[in-house]
Design a protein. Structure first.
Ligand code: GUN
Ligand code: FE
Length: 447
């Protein structure tokens, strides 16, 4: 058995009791947290494992982001300042269509690298239409925990050449789920990903709901109610609101994660609540695409599950959980008052609430005995000046960012040490990324 004893300044557990431990150590056996125990010097005598001193550092659970597009990382900065449907039509669909295996692999690697360097250890990824196995390979190799799935599209009025045949979409999805669901010791899982109502036939959506039954623990992941023009189109097609429509085809349940939920009426709020569907809130993306501001305080008041996501690099343009926490908190204050979305509530959305959204709360999302050792070590010293020593949630949510991430551990293995990725070589990734993007943009020209 591989044992480690980690000795930080403080442990922010995000557990049910909201415990913060000082002068404690975390003991790890293989991939699991064995126990949290008071630190005494005698512990060090003849300890038969790695002892890791992190005296000045604060340990938090790894962040969980419940809406990501790894395939889009390469497109950062190439699709700015457009609203959703133009952004998809003019930029994102042509770019995604032009991916080959090499460009997709580098896009996913760049995204995972950025995520882990920023302290994210679990994601729900939307995938892309072609070569999805490449994303699974990178997720598997990187050590990150993930739900992912092939993005499904069998209709596309915006960019008709970027879609696939319904039967093929379903068959490929079934094969991918069979190959990758519950692999790497349960670290990798399948997230069925019909992109959004406008890109999917009713037959495809209904078959997906049925298919999920063969893969217990899988997630139904889609975009919903992000943009006014999107929901107007859905209304025209089905005479229903977006979430109402998803409910009518049995796609709304406790394993459903809906990205955005910005434009939602009273009926739909009740549906979200009664069906226990989960909202992935993406504040940066909602602001940058001009989509709007989701009524998160209302969702929380209703007891609806809300977690956070950076969405894709070209609608953000960061994949940084700190940015999403800070914005999730700040954007609500002018609307709901300054006490809305306090720092601890927002911190929990980025950790334990993310785990609950994915039904991973017995595995991750908090620092507790029996859970996986998904840990992030932060250096928050610069925010102690002059007298902010005590409110650690304030430091994490309102002041800190990815430059404060020092070490990251996923399932008991170091993946970031001293701010350096142990999984990827940054320079190599950037060099390869540039070369692959150049080739991809040529393919876009030829489309
Ligand atoms: N709706 C459908 N596809 C997308 C996407 O790629 N990003 C966002 N933000 N919304 C979408
Ligand atoms: Fe998205």
């Amino acid at each position: 058995m591989n044992k480690k004893l980690l000795i930080p300044k403080e442990i922010i557990t995000a557990d049910r009791g909201r415990n913060i431990f000082k002068n404690h150590a975390i003991e790890i056996s293989d991939s699991n947290i064995e126990r949290i125990l008071p630190f005494e010097k005698e512990l060090l005598n003849n300890y038969n494992g790695e002892i890791f001193f992190a005296g000045g550092l604060t340990v938090i659970p790894g962040f969980i982001q419940t809406h990501i597009h790894l395939c889009q990382t390469l497109f950062r900065g190439l699709a700015d300042d457009l609203p959703l449907l133009d952004w998809l039509q003019q930029k994102i669909f042509p770019f995604e269509k032009a991916h080959n295996k090499n460009s997709l692999r580098i896009s996913a690697s760049l995204g995972i690298n950025e995520l882990i360097l920023g302290g994210t250890t679990t994601i729900l990824d939307m995938g892309t239409i072609n070569h999805q196995e490449v994303i699974f390979e990178e997720l598997t190799n990187s050590g990150i925990k993930a739900f992912a799935g092939k993005c499904m599209m069998d209709e596309n009025d915006l960019f008709p050449s970027f879609k696939a045949d319904t039967k093929d979409e379903l068959e490929r999805t079934y094969q991918l789920a069979k190959t990758f669901h519950q692999t790497s010791g349960g670290r990798i899982n399948y997230g069925f990903a019909p992109r959004f109502v406008l890109s999917c036939s009713e037959a495809l959506l209904k078959e997906t709901v049925e298919m999920m039954k063969d893969f217990p623990g899988s997630i139904f992941h889609t975009h919903s109610s992000e943009n006014k023009n999107e929901i107007a189109e859905v209304r025209k097609r089905y005479k229903k609101e977006n979430i109402e429509y998803l409910n009518s085809i049995s796609a709304l349940h406790d394993h459903t994660v809906l990205a955005h939920c910005v434009h939602v009426n009273e009926e739909e709020i009740h549906l979200l609540k009664n069906k226990d569907a989960r909202v992935a809130h993406c504040p940066s993306s909602n602001l940058k695409l001009g989509s709007g501001i989701a009524n998160i305080p209302r969702y929380l008041k209703e007891g609806i599950s809300v977690s956070l996501g950076a969405d894709g690099a070209p609608c953000n343009n960061n994949l940084n959980a700190f940015v999403e926490m800070r914005l999730a908190s700040l954007i609500q204050k002018p609307i709901h008052g300054a006490s809305a979305m306090d720092a601890e509530t927002t911190f929990r959305m980025a950790t334990i609430e993310g785990a609950k959204a994915l039904h991973l709360q017995n595995k991750t999302g908090s620092i507790e005995a029996g859970k996986k050792a998904d840990l992030v070590f932060l250096n928050l010293k610069e925010y102690d000046q002059p007298l902010n020593e005590e409110n650690v949630y304030s430091k994490i949510v309102y002041s800190a960012s990815k430059q404060n991430v020092v070490h990251v551990m996923s399932e008991g293995e170091w993946i970031v040490k001293d701010g350096t990725s142990l999984i990827y070589n940054n320079e190599e990734l950037y060099k390869k990324g540039k070369a692959e993007l150049r080739e991809l943009l040529k393919r876009v020209e030829e489309q």
